[in-house]
Design a protein around this ligand. Structure first.
Ligand SMILES: [Fe+2]
Length: 387
C-alpha cells in the first residue's frame, strides 16, 4: 500500500461515444476560439479522418489550419519546426488528432506558445509555469492514453534516448473518444497500441505508487482492454469493442497520471530510443517476461488482474490465478501476432549489455517495480526476447 500523499488530476471535459466527434464545434466555441490548429500525422490524413472535424469546425465559422507531418517518434528539431508554424498561425486552440506522437506534440506546442521556452530548454528541465493555450485531444489509436497524461515524450537523437517532459499544466482541456474514428486502424497497430494500454493498467496496478485512484482506473482499463482487444483485432468494425479499447486506453492514461508504469516501460525505453521499435510493440513483447519475473512480489495483485481479465479463477490459489494471468499475456502475444524477430530489426544478443545499462538509468520507473531488478535480471529478460 502506497502510504504517500496521492492525487488525481485530469482533462477538463471528456466526451465519449460513437459519433461524439459532432461535439467538436461546441467544444471549440466554448473556448471562444476563432481559429484552430489541428496537429496530426500522414497516416491519419491519408485515412481521411481530418475531413469530418474540419468540416464541422468550418461550418461553425471556425478557421482551421492543419499540420499533418507529425513523425512517428518526434524529435526536438521536428517539434521546433511544428512550433514555428503554430506560432505564425494565430491559432487560439490546438487539436491533437492521432496517436501519442500527435497528441504529445499538440500538448507541448500549446505550452511553448505561452511559456516562451524552446523544446530544447524544456527537455533540459526548464520549468513550465503557465498552462498552454486550450487543447482538445482526439485519439485515433487506442493505446498511449496520451490524452490523459501530463507527459510529452520526445526523442533526443544525439543521446539515443527519449525524454519525458512532465507537467500537470499540460493536461488537455478536452478529450473526444469517438470509436468511429478508430474502425479502420490497421490490425498491427490495434494489437500493439492495445497491448501498450494493457501494460499501463497492469503496471500502474502493481506499481509502488499505486493508490485507490489508480487501482480503480487500472482494473477497469485491464477489464475493458482484455475483453475487447481480440475482438477489435479480428473485426475492426466492431464499434463496441473499439469503444472499450478507447475507454480502456484513456483509463490506462489516467492511471499513469496518478500512479506510474514500472519495469516493462523501463526496459522498453532502449528498444525505442536506440532501435526505433514502436513503443506499443516493445512493451507488448516485454510484458509477459517482466510479469513472470515480478510474480513472487505481486501474487495477490496478479490474482486481482486475472479477475479483472475475467479469467476463470474459481478454486485457484492466488499463485495459480497469477500464473494463469501470465499465461494469458503469452497467449495474447500469439493471438495478436506480436512475436517479433529482433535480429531482423537490427538488434542482436551482443546488444543486451548496453540495453541493460540504458534501462537501469530509467530509475523513475524501475524503482517502482514491486520486485527490484539488477543488471543481471534485466539481461535475462532481454535474452528471452531472442528465444
Ligand atoms: Fe506506454
Amino acid at each position: 500500500m502506497n502510504t504517500e500523499v496521492y492525487s488525481l488530476v485530469n482533462a477538463g471535459k471528456i466526451v465519449a461515444g460513437a459519433g461524439s466527434i459532432k461535439t467538436i464545434s461546441d467544444i471549440v466555441t466554448d473556448y471562444q476560439a476563432k481559429k484552430v490548429l489541428v496537429i496530426t500525422d500522414q497516416g491519419v490524413w491519408n485515412a481521411g479522418l481530418v475531413q469530418k472535424p474540419k468540416n464541422l469546425l468550418e461550418s461553425a465559422g471556425i478557421a482551421v489550419e492543419i499540420i499533418n507531418t507529425t513523425p512517428p517518434e518526434p524529435n526536438a528539431d521536428q517539434v521546433s519546426q511544428i512550433f514555428e508554424t503554430a506560432k505564425n498561425s494565430g491559432c487560439e486552440m490546438i487539436v491533437g488528432l492521432g496517436g501519442g506522437s500527435s497528441m504529445d506534440v499538440a500538448k507541448i506546442v500549446a505550452i511553448m506558445l505561452t511559456n516562451g521556452h524552446s523544446i530544447r530548454e524544456l527537455l533540459d528541465g526548464a520549468k513550465i509555469t503557465k498552462r498552454g493555450i486550450p487543447t482538445l485531444m482526439i485519439p485515433t489509436t487506442t493505446g498511449t492514453g496520451a490524452e490523459a497524461t501530463p507527459n510529452a515524450i520526445f526523442l533526443v537523437p544525439e543521446k539515443e534516448i527519449k525524454i519525458g517532459i512532465v507537467s500537470e499544466k499540460m493536461l488537455p482541456n478536452c478529450v473526444i473518444l469517438d470509436p468511429e474514428l478508430t474502425v479502420n486502424l490497421p490490425k498491427a497497430i490495434t494489437a500493439a497500441t492495445g497491448m501498450d494500454a494493457l501494460a499501463h493498467g497492469i503496471e500502474c496496478y502493481i506499481s509502488k505508487k499505486a493508490n485507490p485512484f489508480s487501482d480503480t482506473f487500472a482494473l477497469k482499463s485491464i477489464n475493458l482492454i482484455s475483453r475487447s482487444i481480440r475482438k477489435a483485432y479480428n473485426n475492426g468494425q466492431d464499434l463496441a469493442a473499439r469503444q472499450d479499447m478507447l475507454l480502456g486506453a484513456m483509463f490506462g492514461g489516467i492511471s499513469i497520471a496518478t500512479s506510474s508504469t514500472v519495469a516493462v516501460h523501463a526496459l522498453s525505453y532502449p528498444l525505442g530510443g536506440k532501435y526505433h521499435i514502436p513503443h506499443g510493440l516493445s512493451n507488448a513483447i516485454l510484458l509477459p517476461h517482466v510479469m513472470k519475473f515480478t510474480l513472487d512480489a505481486a501474487e495477490e495483485k496478479f490474482k486481482d488482474i486475472a479477475v479483472a481479465m475475467e479469467l476463470e479463477t474459481t478454486g485457484l490459489s492466488a499463485r495459480q490465478a497469477a500464473e494463469k494471468m501470465i499465461d494469458n499475456l503469452y497467449s495474447l502475444i500469439y493471438d495478436l501476432n506480436l512475436k517479433v524477430d529482433l535480429r531482423e530489426k537490427g538488434i542482436h544478443e551482443s546488444d543486451i549489455d548496453s540495453m541493460a545499462e540504458a534501462s537501469l538509468k530509467v530509475t523513475r520507473l524501475l524503482n517502482n517495480n514491486p520486485k527490484p531488478m539488477n543488471k543481471d535480471d534485466i539481461r535475462e529478460i532481454y535474452k528471452k526476447l531472442f528465444e
